[in-house]
Design a protein around this ligand. Sequence first.
Ligand code: SAM
Ligand code: FES
Length: 350
Amino acid sequence: MNTKTKQLLDRLNETHTLELDEYEYLLSNADEESMAYAAAYAVAYQKKYYGNKVYIRGLVEFTNYCRNNCFYCGIRKDNNACERYRLSVEEILDCADTGYDLGFRTLVLQGGEDAFFSDEMMCEIIRGVKDSHPDMVVTLSIGEKSRKSYEAFYESGARRYLLRHETANPELYRKLHPKEMSWENRMKCLRDLRDIGYQVGAGFMVESPYQTMRDLAYDLKFIEEFHPDMCGIGPYISHQDTPFSDKKSGTLNVTLYCLSLIRMIYPQVLLPATTALGTIDAKGREKGILAGANVVMPNLSPTDVRKKYSLYDHKICTGEEAAECINCLKGRISSIGYEIVTDQGNRAGF
Ligand code: SAM
Ligand code: FES
């Protein structure tokens, strides 16, 4: 680690802010020593706000139909090789019951942007979960909607929303998405969600095609300025049936460094060790926690549909039942001296 890197990391630790050029410098000059130095600062904050507790969220991937065509995503509309499925309302509510019985107090309903699930249906599902389990927090991750829809979901009882900003650089956004999709609208959605009162999750892919260290610096600056309650990041992983099938996947180390930097930028943030991280490295999620992450999101979807929610190749945990997944994760987390907790898991200070 050179002197400038050490100075920048020390200053970030004290002030939680750096200039764009300085973030870029850190990312461009990363080495093992600077990563370990950042991780030590990050873990000190993680311990201060969350102790050795790791929050779990039960993820239900309830539809892989999507009207969008993001160039990187395996469930994009034009991927004819993708075998489509939708869970019924009953099946979704069954997943919530299973999750509740396993101790989950946060349910994440994720899907492609699927118009089959009208606002009325979504509200019915949210109310269904809340009626059976008033202490379960409903999180949605169903993409870009109108402010009116977001308001209706909130009124029905949803309290968190995950919508990755994908990249804070509009030019890179245009290289990753077809022209019908707009960075401006994605940002507007995030502002609407915050304004309505949701705990908001933003996030981005690490080392996606065409992304430079400058782009990643923009993402870090965005996290510093927007302060999302949660920040979901994971490596980009290529999918064989997308226009980006020949593009290189992201790496473990850059992702881990970003996790540590994000924890230093916003010490109380909820930071998941994502499935994508567990996919590029057998111990990716454990390493993510040791770099500052404090959330894991095991899958609660029925096993027969898991493989079909294939955003990228070789996704892990597609064969296990929910109970197996949670036991496996409990073992993994305790092996590194942490403990899974089954409370609602709000952001510290929320
Ligand atoms: N449709 C919702 C949305 O757009 O927010 C939620 C589902 S979307 C598939 C969830 C996230 O998966 C995206 O925000 C994106 O960052 C991530 N993702 C998609 N394809 C990926 C890939 N090839 N590698 C890594 N992450 C990917
Ligand atoms: Fe799903 Fe390990 S977390 S099998």
